[in-house]
Design a protein around this ligand. Sequence first.
Ligand SMILES: [Zn+2]
Length: 139
Amino acid sequence: MSPAEDMVDATFPAPQPGPAAAPYWRALDEGRLVFQRCTACGNAWLPGRTECPRCLAPAAHWETASGNARLVSWVVYHHGYHEYYATRLPYTVAVVELAEGPRLISNVIGDANGLRIDMPLKLVIQREAGVALARFAPG
Ligand SMILES: [Zn+2]
């Protein structure tokens, strides 16, 4: 088997969410991107955790994001650091800020040549190996 055939057979690196992040992945599977908001101070964040990163209150609820976001920063990968992604080069890994405030690391799909800092993005939920992933497109 050639190295290229090995890459085609590579296993998708599926997320292994703990209890604090499981609601995020369940919601994506249902077609929604959710984030946590502190019921004590109003701070909003991702990824899911058991206490507010600002005030450490142990109480938060999940809210559905509008899908509107902006591009904070990005890098274009020309090397597949996981064999699964080696067949998809180049691809863009980005820091995205939701309109509601939380930031997440995601992908911006499409041609990276037109990307610019602060450009508006729209949520696009895509499936890989049956796992729903939050990605973004210019918009
Ligand atoms: Zn808080």
